[in-house]
Design a protein around this ligand. Sequence first.
Ligand code: NAD
Ligand code: WQD
Length: 339
Amino acid sequence: MAVLLTGGAGFIGSHTALVLLEAGQDVVVYDNLSNASRESLTRVEHLTGRSLTFVEGDIRDTALMRQTLEAENIDSVIHFAGLKAVGESVSQPLAYYDNNVGGTLSLCQAMEAVGVKTLVFSSSATVYAESRNMPLAETAPTGRPTNPYGSSKLMIEWLLTDLQAADPSWSIALLRYFNPVGSHESGQIGEDPNGQPNNLLPFITQVGVGRLQELSVYGSDYPTADGTGVRDYIHVMDLAAGHLKALRYVAGQGGLYTWNLGTGRGYSVLEMIKAFEKISEKPLPYRLVDRRAGDIAECWADAGKADRELDWRAERGLEDIMRDAWRWQTDNPAGFGQA
Ligand code: NAD
Ligand code: WQD
């Protein structure tokens, strides 16, 4: 039996594929390569000494999805495939609802048709309603996200909740990621955003290697210790390990489970810059500018539920994050582009 990773060639999916292979799982990756390189999987195979099966396809192709589930003897799915650029979602809402919500609907229809009913879903802390009460627990209210990307994630949570309520034989884990960052310690795989990065850490490392000139710090007047935004940055390898724990917990159990995957503490933008400068041993050029529309002051997880129920907790700290992210960027200045 094998685990199918939709979007498994991407940033988090490729790291999770590595962890699953190292744990002895058989892995099938299904990805349309719209935001990933096949090279990431070649490197995962090299790093683990194990092979995986790759199927190039779109999750909206229900027939191919169904055919793959049957042909590859799949017993569970980790669903990473999706568009994730917040700003892009505002200008292209239909593309996000079609790809993320429509794609998930197609996936679930294919799974139901062949009787595969164990699913781990990549959700996001963005589904939580704006709150000043940190840390955020799984019981915190969800709300109307400020962008179509976040709304697509919440809609998918509703879809999966209704599906499991109608058919209790479904085993579903909703994993709410906070801010995934970093790279595998080898520096061989990592975050490789298309175009100019939206997220903080890839922007910092691209400034570090000279691909970008300077970092704009979005807002220095937030009600935080140093005025800059505070987030819960979780190492992608810790996040990957959380998927293995969640999969093993829910597989075949029936039921719907929700877990935050975060570290339980927040760091400000200026703290991230300082941590990067320490690891890279070079000053980072930055400028304090106005807030970015839609940003919140602070957000970090109450990570206790995953600790108690999955025996999972983040083990890597800020120094590990910066060291690994910097190694990936310096060893791959153009990401997988040069591969
Ligand atoms: P990513 O873009 O690196 O990976 C997504 C993968 O899905 C890519 O390989 C892409 O080619 C593939 N894909 C997209 N649409 C597809 C489709 N229709 N059919 C087949 N493949 C498709 O992103 P990531 O950072 O690895 O995120 C993975 C998942 O986690 C996404 O669903 C994202 O929304 C979610 N998430 C990410 C973050 C984050 O900050 N990175 C935070 C919370 C949640
Ligand atoms: C982090 C902090 C910015 C860039 C986003 C999505 C969320 C999830 C994770 C998918 C904030 C500041 C950033 C820059 C900056 N993705 N910043 N200059 O906004 O917390 O979350 O990614 O699910 O849905 O919203 O992450 O890395 O963009 O920002 O000052 O060039 O860094 O203001 O305080 P964010 P981020």
